[in-house]
Structure formats: C-alpha cells, structure tokens
Design a protein around this ligand. Structure first.
Ligand code: SF4
Length: 179
C-alpha cells in the first residue's frame, strides 16, 4: 500500500516473509494465521524450511496488510509466528502482535533462541522485550535432529519447550504450557 494511503495511526512496517498460511491447524492449537519469517541465523541440521534461511530471500509484505487480513477473519483463534527466525524481525512482528492481541486473539511464537537466550539479549536487541511481552506461548530452541520426535504436538524435537510466557514473566520461573 502506498505511503499516502496510510492512516495517521499506521506506520510503514514491512516484513520479509517466507510465506503465510491463512487458516492453519498445524501451527498451534485452534485455527491460526501463520506467518513465516524469512531469514534465520541458526542453521539447524535437518531444518524443514532451509529455503527460509537466506535473509535476502523471500518477499516483502506490508505489516498493516497482514493485520487487516487477520482481523477480517472471524474464524481465527490466533496468530503463529514461525520461520525462519521471527526475533530477527522483532519490531515488525511485535507491531503485528500488538494489533492481534487487541482483538482478543493469542500469539504463539517459534524461535530458535531459547527462553534464556531471549531474556539475556533482550536489553540490546530492538523489539525483543516487546515481542516477549506480547507472546502467549513460546516454542523455544533450535531444532535438534538427534532429539527428533513424532509424538510431540507442534514441536519437532524434545529439547523444544512450549512456554507459557505470561505466567513465566509474572512468576520469574519457566512455566510450561500443556499443548
Ligand atoms: S531455527 Fe527453525 S528455521 Fe531456523 S534453522 Fe532451526 S529449524 Fe530451521
């Protein structure tokens, strides 16, 4: 959308995407709009989306257009950020997450960073604090092919945790979410 058509409250936020799934039932509980970030620094052996690693790949997409699509679908329970690595575009994804949570939908975020790494680096990485604070469930950690399991719901390897972010922030202790 051209800049001149933006409203006063909208910003020029552009995401670099690997892809989207409009009504996914495989990226977390319920019906979800899944947004796959382009670009990943982790290079996990056995990654299912190796085409998502190149930070110059994928395509650009207006964040407000994504928000409009999400808010216009009454079937959605929430939005899932996956990748690629969503935290490499934390300001853009936090911008989307803010609008999604205002509409009473929830946010699941996949990250190759562990919960501990995210908290350790949050002070120096733009948007990380906000992204963390706007997330309901974090699936954390790199995919480990040696710990691959087909029995896990919405996770690829046993080291990855489903973390209840809001409870964990409140108590200061990691609280796992029962998926
Ligand atoms: S963090 Fe995810 S997208 Fe990145 S290499 Fe690992 S499995 Fe692939």
């Amino acid at each position: 959308m051209p800049r001149s058509q933006k409203s006063m409250t909208e910003q020029d936020m552009v995401c670099r995407l690997f892809g989207v799934a409009l009504e996914s039932i495989t990226d977390g509980p319920g019906i979800r709009f899944a947004i796959f970030a382009q670009g990943c620094p982790h290079f996990c052996h056995g990654c299912h989306n190796p085409e998502s690693h190149d930070f110059r790949g994928g395509y650009e997409y207006d964040a407000d257009e994504l928000i409009r699509k999400i808010l216009s679908d009454p079937l959605l329970d929430g939005v899932t950020f996956s990748g690629g690595e969503p935290f490499m575009q934390a300001e853009e994804f936090a911008y989307i997450a803010r609008a999604v949570r205002s509409s009473k939908r929830n946010i699941i975020c996949y990250s190759g960073y562990t919960w501990e790494e995210l908290l350790e680096q949050a002070d120096t990485r733009p948007g990380w604090h906000e992204m963390i604070s706007l997330t309901d469930i974090l699936i954390d950690g790199r995919y480990d092919n040696n710990q691959k399991s087909m029995d896990l719901r919405f996770r690829g390897s046993r080291n990855q945790r489903a973390i209840d972010v809001q409870k964990s922030l409140k108590t200061g202790e990691i609280t796992l979410f029962d998926l």
